[in-house]
Design a protein around this ligand. Structure first.
Ligand SMILES: [Zn+2]
Ligand SMILES: [Zn+2]
Length: 306
């Protein structure tokens, strides 16, 4: 079983010389083996994934996939109309996600492909498309269990834990610490003191999420900001590096992959931040592996089906 990163960037696709190493495509992660294809989010990274799938399934071999959407901000759905396998009859995809701003899951995709935005409507796509609206009830895909949970992001957003029976991967993108959001709402004071000391304190809801991801082999977590950036972007729905590390350490995950890189973050700066993150983890005497997601990064995990 493999985990492959096709889009690692948050907010907006960011091509250019400064993002060659970590990539400019927005959120898209593939988790697959010979029998099962799971895709987390359909940001612009799903376009190169679609092209790769055509190569892997030559001569009209049918593709059946399961696409789990975290939420419907553009950086998580914008690549879908450019996902070439949906233009081939015989292929089938099930799309999972929560409702969005009171709208049904399917209607969000219909809306994105209405004629003012895109020349092909959803109905005209030749592949068979099914929509399954989720709350927190787990779903099963070819013997793999996918557990959804709500995360802290403007509007509804889901995080997922995929469990193959022998390997576990958590996809928690677009998630903000609860503590500082409460502070902003005036329920706690004084504002920012622990952030100023560089400390990270988890609220009860953060701890619930820690239990949700406990012991996973790979945690893919939002790490859009530095602490200083975060202080002026409270309630934007994203995490800072130290928070992602704290969540991962408390959950005793084996590998943390920093994800949803800020569009203003050049490769050079990401290199520096990753080195700092590794130093923080070493200082805590943890053996946890820390990585920053880059387009093309592929991690293989043992799978008891093989
Ligand atoms: Zn996002
Ligand atoms: Zn978002």
């Amino acid at each position: 079983m493999r985990v492959k990163f096709w889009g690692t960037r948050g907010s907006i696709a960011t091509p250019g010389q400064d993002t060659v190493k970590y990539g400019g495509n927005t959120s898209c992660v593939e988790v697959s083996d010979d029998q099962t294809l799971v895709i987390f989010d359909a940001g612009t990274g799903i376009r190169p994934l679609g092209l790769d799938l055509l190569k892997r399934f030559p001569d009209g071999k049918r593709i059946h996939g399961h696409i789990f959407i975290s939420h419907f901000h553009l950086d998580h759905i914008q690549g879908f109309p450019f996902f070439v396998p949906v233009y081939k009859q015989g292929n089938s995809f099930t799309i999972y996600g929560c409702e969005g701003a009171g709208k049904k899951l399917e209607n969000i995709f219909v809306g994105q492909m209405s004629p003012e935005y895109f020349p092909v409507t959803l109905k005209e796509m030749p592949a068979e498309l099914r929509f399954m609206q989720l709350t927190t009830r787990p779903v099963e895909v070819n013997g793999w269990k996918i557990h959804p949970t709500y995360v802290n992001h403007p509007g509804l957003a889901l995080g997922y834990r995929l469990d193959t029976g022998s390997a576990k991967v958590a996809y928690i993108t677009d998630n903000e610490p609860f503590r500082y959001l409460l502070r902003q709402q005036g329920n706690l004071d004084p504002l920012y003191d622990d952030l100023d000391r560089g400390q990270v304190v988890l609220e009860r809801e953060d701890k619930n999420l820690v239990e949700f991801i406990r012991g996973v082999d790979i945690l893919i977590h939002d790490a859009q900001y530095t602490i200083d950036e975060y202080k002026v972007k409270l309630s934007w729905g994203h995490s800072f590096y130290e928070f992602a590390i704290e969540m991962a350490l408390q959950a005793e995950v084996k590998q943390l992959v920093l994800f949803h890189h800020d569009p203003m973050r050049p490769d050079r700066q990401l290199d520096e931040l990753l080195a700092k993150c590794k130093a923080v983890v070493a200082k805590r005497n943890s053996k946890m592996v820390v990585n920053a997601a880059w387009e093309g990064l592929e991690i293989r995990l043992a799978d008891n089906r093989k």
